[in-house]
Design a binder for this molecule. Sequence first.
Ligand SMILES: Cc1ncc(COP(=O)(O)O)c(C=O)c1O
Length: 399
Amino acid sequence: MNNVRKDFPWITKHPKLLYFDSAATSLKPQSVIDAISNYYINYGTNTHNSDSAIAFKTTSKVQAIRNKTAKLFNAKASNIVFTSGATEGLNLIAYGIANGFIKPKQEVLISKLEHASNLLPWIRLAKQGCFKLKYVDEGKIPTAESYLKAITRNTKVIAFAGSSNILGNNIDYVTLVKQAKKLNPNIIIVMDAAQYLPHHKIDVTCGIDFIACSCHKLLGPTGLGIVYMADKWLSLLQPLKYGGGMNQSIDKENYVLYNNVDKFEGGTLPLAQIFGWEAAIDYLNKIGFNNISKYQHDLKKYFVKQLAQIKNIVVYNKQEPEAIIYFNINKVHAQDLASWLGTKGVICRAGLSCAKLAHHIIKTQAAVRLSLYFYNTKEEIDKFVKLLKKFKKGDEIIL
Ligand SMILES: Cc1ncc(COP(=O)(O)O)c(C=O)c1O
């Protein structure tokens, strides 16, 4: 794994910095950056147009990349929608469901660990009276069983993060989907996979309805996301965006939309990003998702063990598998500590990192998040621990 570092120009350019913020966005290998240029230099044309050989080539390439993307989900290309990111994807899903597939008395079940993107669309629609919002409310990190226990006959939607952006816990989505659909085959299940897909492939054959994620969190460019939607939703769900490329016909008072993924991709696609994304998939497949997660789980265990040397530290997610450390030093404000770490070259984040209800579960208003990916090393962890050992209360006051 240590060989991979040379593939990331950011790491070469910033040899003194510790990049511990991959849950916010991952670094990009050179091959992804080159693939973006390749689009502009060798393709350059738009899709939805086959009038020239070169435009046809662009359209075919995008279809091939859609196919490659589908394999990450064990899905068909015809179920993969390109979006601008997980946020757009989750809005598309929530607004689509609210538009005719849920009644005001029915419930959307979510947890207090959700990222704002899987929280705000549901809160807004509940405020408009589209449905009731129900929280899994056990005061602990939710599991598949927590959601299953909370299902009532009014539950219509379960919307959950496959992996939390602050704790790095995983939800056993296969059990959740299968058991929930056994209780009620009409329950709609939505997975926010923004933090899950960077570490694991997904298998939609369990019967999940929707998945949303962002490509920039797993080596891809910013501005591109993916929604997987099961077959039946392609014709049922209404799009979020209306424009070119998604309609069959328009007359003065009406229109007919496509009944396939094109319906959800109004406007010009982020083509350069899609080309870059292909290189990201190739890179991840070359290493192998199993190797990535095994290496990261090992990094996490090592990190937790080394942090035991730090006095007055509280780590909130020692047991959770993904390589995220969420911690505080007693009596030091997390934001101050993160700023101090920033002055020492550690790129990390403080606060609740968009999961603003998480304090109900982890009983802190803020903590420092260190999030690692497979390009991080044990040597970097050692460097960090050495630095943190030097920290004394008061150092964080930067004048
Ligand atoms: C769990 C989770 N969901 C959704 C998002 C939103 O992703 P984006 O900002 O790329 O749309 C994030 C981003 O941090 C996330 O961690």
